[in-house]
Ligand binder design. Structure first.
Ligand SMILES: [Zn+2]
Length: 255
Protein backbone atom coordinates (compact mmCIF):
# COMPACT_ATOMS: atom_id res chain seq x y z
CA UNK A 1 0.00 0.00 0.00
CA UNK A 2 1.04 3.59 -0.29
CA UNK A 3 2.21 4.13 3.21
CA UNK A 4 0.25 7.33 3.64
CA UNK A 5 -2.72 5.08 4.24
CA UNK A 6 -0.93 3.32 7.00
CA UNK A 7 -1.70 6.11 9.38
CA UNK A 8 -5.48 5.70 9.31
CA UNK A 9 -4.99 1.98 9.85
CA UNK A 10 -2.52 2.63 12.64
CA UNK A 11 -4.71 5.21 14.33
CA UNK A 12 -7.78 3.05 14.08
CA UNK A 13 -5.95 0.09 15.49
CA UNK A 14 -5.03 2.08 18.55
CA UNK A 15 -8.34 3.87 18.90
CA UNK A 16 -9.70 0.89 20.77
CA UNK A 17 -10.76 -2.62 20.03
CA UNK A 18 -12.75 -1.69 17.03
CA UNK A 19 -13.70 -4.12 14.37
CA UNK A 20 -14.88 -1.56 11.85
CA UNK A 21 -13.78 1.98 11.02
CA UNK A 22 -15.71 4.59 12.96
CA UNK A 23 -15.88 6.84 9.95
CA UNK A 24 -16.54 5.26 6.58
CA UNK A 25 -14.93 8.29 4.96
CA UNK A 26 -11.58 6.98 6.08
CA UNK A 27 -12.20 3.60 4.60
CA UNK A 28 -10.96 3.64 1.03
CA UNK A 29 -7.83 5.12 -0.43
CA UNK A 30 -7.29 5.65 -4.15
CA UNK A 31 -7.62 2.60 -6.35
CA UNK A 32 -3.91 2.74 -7.02
CA UNK A 33 -3.03 1.91 -3.43
CA UNK A 34 -0.21 -0.54 -3.39
CA UNK A 35 -0.64 -3.82 -1.71
CA UNK A 36 1.91 -4.67 0.89
CA UNK A 37 2.48 -7.45 3.33
CA UNK A 38 4.51 -6.14 6.16
CA UNK A 39 4.41 -2.36 6.28
CA UNK A 40 7.09 -0.42 4.43
CA UNK A 41 8.70 2.89 5.21
CA UNK A 42 7.30 5.55 2.86
CA UNK A 43 5.10 7.87 4.92
CA UNK A 44 5.00 5.34 7.74
CA UNK A 45 4.89 6.90 11.23
CA UNK A 46 6.30 3.69 12.72
CA UNK A 47 9.61 2.00 12.03
CA UNK A 48 8.65 -0.17 9.07
CA UNK A 49 8.52 -3.93 9.48
CA UNK A 50 10.44 -4.33 6.20
CA UNK A 51 13.18 -2.20 7.77
CA UNK A 52 13.25 -4.29 10.96
CA UNK A 53 13.45 -7.54 8.99
CA UNK A 54 16.25 -6.30 6.76
CA UNK A 55 18.18 -4.70 9.60
CA UNK A 56 18.11 -7.98 11.50
CA UNK A 57 19.68 -9.69 8.48
CA UNK A 58 22.32 -6.99 8.08
CA UNK A 59 23.20 -6.87 11.77
CA UNK A 60 23.51 -10.66 11.90
CA UNK A 61 25.99 -10.73 9.02
CA UNK A 62 27.87 -7.42 9.01
CA UNK A 63 30.79 -8.69 11.10
CA UNK A 64 31.55 -11.29 8.46
CA UNK A 65 30.62 -9.07 5.53
CA UNK A 66 31.73 -5.49 6.36
CA UNK A 67 30.41 -4.28 3.02
CA UNK A 68 26.92 -4.54 4.50
CA UNK A 69 27.60 -1.56 6.73
CA UNK A 70 28.68 0.48 3.71
CA UNK A 71 25.54 -0.29 1.70
CA UNK A 72 23.05 -0.64 4.55
CA UNK A 73 20.92 2.31 3.44
CA UNK A 74 20.59 1.06 -0.14
CA UNK A 75 19.65 -2.41 1.03
CA UNK A 76 17.01 -1.15 3.45
CA UNK A 77 15.60 1.25 0.88
CA UNK A 78 15.29 -1.53 -1.71
CA UNK A 79 13.56 -3.72 0.87
CA UNK A 80 10.92 -1.04 1.31
CA UNK A 81 9.94 -0.90 -2.38
CA UNK A 82 6.41 -2.09 -3.05
CA UNK A 83 6.59 -3.44 -6.60
CA UNK A 84 3.49 -5.58 -6.91
CA UNK A 85 0.53 -5.73 -9.31
CA UNK A 86 -0.35 -2.04 -9.24
CA UNK A 87 1.58 0.72 -11.06
CA UNK A 88 3.89 2.98 -9.06
CA UNK A 89 4.78 6.60 -9.81
CA UNK A 90 8.55 6.31 -10.00
CA UNK A 91 9.52 5.52 -13.62
CA UNK A 92 12.51 3.34 -12.81
CA UNK A 93 10.60 1.35 -10.24
CA UNK A 94 7.61 1.01 -12.56
CA UNK A 95 9.83 -0.44 -15.29
CA UNK A 96 11.28 -2.89 -12.78
CA UNK A 97 7.83 -3.81 -11.52
CA UNK A 98 6.72 -4.68 -15.05
CA UNK A 99 9.92 -6.58 -15.75
CA UNK A 100 9.67 -8.78 -12.67
CA UNK A 101 5.92 -9.31 -13.21
CA UNK A 102 4.75 -8.11 -9.84
CA UNK A 103 1.72 -9.83 -8.36
CA UNK A 104 -0.45 -9.05 -5.36
CA UNK A 105 1.60 -11.47 -3.28
CA UNK A 106 5.08 -11.15 -4.81
CA UNK A 107 6.67 -11.26 -8.25
CA UNK A 108 6.90 -14.04 -10.80
CA UNK A 109 10.43 -13.15 -11.95
CA UNK A 110 12.45 -12.12 -8.92
CA UNK A 111 15.28 -14.05 -10.57
CA UNK A 112 15.64 -11.17 -13.06
CA UNK A 113 16.40 -8.85 -10.15
CA UNK A 114 19.19 -11.16 -9.07
CA UNK A 115 20.64 -11.14 -12.59
CA UNK A 116 20.53 -7.34 -12.52
CA UNK A 117 22.08 -7.22 -9.07
CA UNK A 118 24.95 -9.50 -10.05
CA UNK A 119 25.69 -7.66 -13.29
CA UNK A 120 25.57 -4.33 -11.53
CA UNK A 121 27.83 -5.56 -8.76
CA UNK A 122 30.33 -6.93 -11.30
CA UNK A 123 30.32 -3.55 -13.02
CA UNK A 124 31.33 -1.91 -9.75
CA UNK A 125 28.07 -0.09 -8.97
CA UNK A 126 27.71 -1.80 -5.62
CA UNK A 127 25.21 0.62 -4.10
CA UNK A 128 22.80 -0.02 -6.93
CA UNK A 129 23.42 -3.75 -6.73
CA UNK A 130 22.49 -3.75 -3.06
CA UNK A 131 19.34 -1.78 -3.85
CA UNK A 132 18.25 -4.45 -6.35
CA UNK A 133 19.06 -7.10 -3.77
CA UNK A 134 16.91 -5.24 -1.25
CA UNK A 135 13.93 -5.56 -3.57
CA UNK A 136 14.45 -9.33 -3.67
CA UNK A 137 14.55 -9.37 0.12
CA UNK A 138 11.24 -7.50 0.12
CA UNK A 139 9.59 -10.40 -1.72
CA UNK A 140 11.20 -12.94 0.60
CA UNK A 141 9.81 -10.94 3.53
CA UNK A 142 6.36 -10.57 2.02
CA UNK A 143 6.02 -14.31 1.58
CA UNK A 144 6.46 -14.72 5.31
CA UNK A 145 2.87 -13.46 5.70
CA UNK A 146 0.15 -16.12 5.45
CA UNK A 147 -1.95 -13.95 3.13
CA UNK A 148 0.93 -13.83 0.64
CA UNK A 149 1.80 -17.47 1.07
CA UNK A 150 -1.81 -18.45 0.33
CA UNK A 151 -2.28 -15.78 -2.38
CA UNK A 152 -5.20 -14.19 -0.56
CA UNK A 153 -5.54 -10.87 -2.35
CA UNK A 154 -5.56 -7.76 -0.16
CA UNK A 155 -4.57 -4.10 -0.23
CA UNK A 156 -3.53 -1.38 2.16
CA UNK A 157 -7.03 0.03 2.52
CA UNK A 158 -9.13 -0.61 5.60
CA UNK A 159 -11.76 -2.73 3.88
CA UNK A 160 -9.17 -4.89 2.13
CA UNK A 161 -6.71 -5.05 4.99
CA UNK A 162 -4.99 -8.15 6.32
CA UNK A 163 -5.23 -8.14 10.11
CA UNK A 164 -2.04 -10.18 10.45
CA UNK A 165 -0.15 -7.33 8.78
CA UNK A 166 -1.92 -4.80 10.94
CA UNK A 167 -0.76 -6.63 14.08
CA UNK A 168 2.81 -6.65 12.79
CA UNK A 169 2.61 -2.93 12.08
CA UNK A 170 1.59 -2.28 15.66
CA UNK A 171 4.30 -4.31 17.33
CA UNK A 172 7.71 -5.65 16.35
CA UNK A 173 8.06 -8.59 18.73
CA UNK A 174 10.02 -11.28 16.86
CA UNK A 175 10.66 -14.61 18.53
CA UNK A 176 13.87 -16.37 17.56
CA UNK A 177 13.48 -19.20 20.04
CA UNK A 178 11.68 -21.64 17.75
CA UNK A 179 13.18 -21.39 14.29
CA UNK A 180 11.83 -24.62 12.82
CA UNK A 181 13.83 -24.69 9.57
CA UNK A 182 17.50 -24.70 8.63
CA UNK A 183 19.04 -22.66 5.86
CA UNK A 184 18.65 -24.68 2.62
CA UNK A 185 21.66 -22.76 1.27
CA UNK A 186 20.23 -21.95 -2.12
CA UNK A 187 22.63 -20.59 -4.73
CA UNK A 188 20.58 -17.44 -5.34
CA UNK A 189 18.53 -15.18 -3.05
CA UNK A 190 15.41 -15.28 -5.21
CA UNK A 191 15.08 -18.99 -4.47
CA UNK A 192 14.17 -17.98 -0.93
CA UNK A 193 10.97 -16.28 -2.13
CA UNK A 194 8.96 -19.49 -2.66
CA UNK A 195 10.78 -21.12 0.25
CA UNK A 196 9.58 -18.36 2.56
CA UNK A 197 6.01 -18.77 1.31
CA UNK A 198 6.02 -22.53 1.79
CA UNK A 199 7.35 -22.06 5.31
CA UNK A 200 4.64 -19.53 6.21
CA UNK A 201 1.88 -21.70 4.75
CA UNK A 202 3.14 -24.76 6.58
CA UNK A 203 3.34 -22.85 9.85
CA UNK A 204 -0.26 -21.77 9.44
CA UNK A 205 -1.69 -25.16 8.53
CA UNK A 206 0.12 -26.90 11.37
CA UNK A 207 -0.84 -24.26 13.96
CA UNK A 208 -4.42 -23.90 12.76
CA UNK A 209 -5.42 -27.24 11.20
CA UNK A 210 -8.42 -27.27 8.86
CA UNK A 211 -8.62 -23.47 8.85
CA UNK A 212 -8.80 -21.65 5.53
CA UNK A 213 -6.86 -18.40 5.86
CA UNK A 214 -8.99 -15.27 5.81
CA UNK A 215 -7.85 -11.67 6.10
CA UNK A 216 -9.85 -11.32 9.33
CA UNK A 217 -8.68 -14.58 10.87
CA UNK A 218 -6.46 -12.60 13.22
CA UNK A 219 -7.87 -9.76 15.33
CA UNK A 220 -7.00 -6.21 14.29
CA UNK A 221 -5.29 -5.38 17.59
CA UNK A 222 -3.18 -7.16 20.22
CA UNK A 223 -5.53 -6.30 23.08
CA UNK A 224 -7.53 -9.51 23.24
CA UNK A 225 -5.51 -11.77 20.98
CA UNK A 226 -5.30 -15.46 21.93
CA UNK A 227 -1.93 -16.74 23.06
CA UNK A 228 -1.80 -19.12 20.09
CA UNK A 229 -2.30 -16.32 17.60
CA UNK A 230 0.08 -14.00 19.46
CA UNK A 231 2.80 -16.65 19.43
CA UNK A 232 2.17 -17.31 15.77
CA UNK A 233 2.70 -13.65 14.81
CA UNK A 234 5.86 -13.39 16.90
CA UNK A 235 7.25 -16.61 15.45
CA UNK A 236 6.46 -15.46 11.94
CA UNK A 237 8.27 -12.18 12.56
CA UNK A 238 11.32 -14.05 13.83
CA UNK A 239 11.27 -16.72 11.15
CA UNK A 240 10.81 -14.17 8.38
CA UNK A 241 13.75 -12.20 9.75
CA UNK A 242 15.76 -15.42 9.68
CA UNK A 243 14.86 -16.34 6.10
CA UNK A 244 15.75 -12.78 5.10
CA UNK A 245 19.18 -13.32 6.65
CA UNK A 246 19.61 -16.59 4.74
CA UNK A 247 18.64 -14.96 1.44
CA UNK A 248 21.04 -12.11 2.09
CA UNK A 249 23.88 -14.47 2.91
CA UNK A 250 23.15 -16.44 -0.26
CA UNK A 251 23.63 -13.25 -2.27
CA UNK A 252 26.82 -12.32 -0.44
CA UNK A 253 28.36 -15.69 -1.17
CA UNK A 254 27.25 -15.85 -4.81
CA UNK A 255 27.82 -12.33 -6.13
ZN1 LIG B 1 5.17 -5.91 -0.57
Amino acid sequence: MRAIHLFPLFALAFAGCIAQPADPQIEEGPVSDQEQAWDSQDGNPTHATHSYLTEFAIDSLKARYPELSTYRAQLVDGANRELHELPVDDAEQEALRVEVQGTNWGADRADLLWARARNTYAAGAKGKAYWYLGIILHYVEDMGCPSHAFHVVHQGTWSQRDNFELLALQRWAPSYSSINRVDPRFASPDAYVPFSGTWAARDFTTTFPYVTYRLDFFPSTWFFISSTKSTFVKNRQGRTAMVTKWALESALTHW
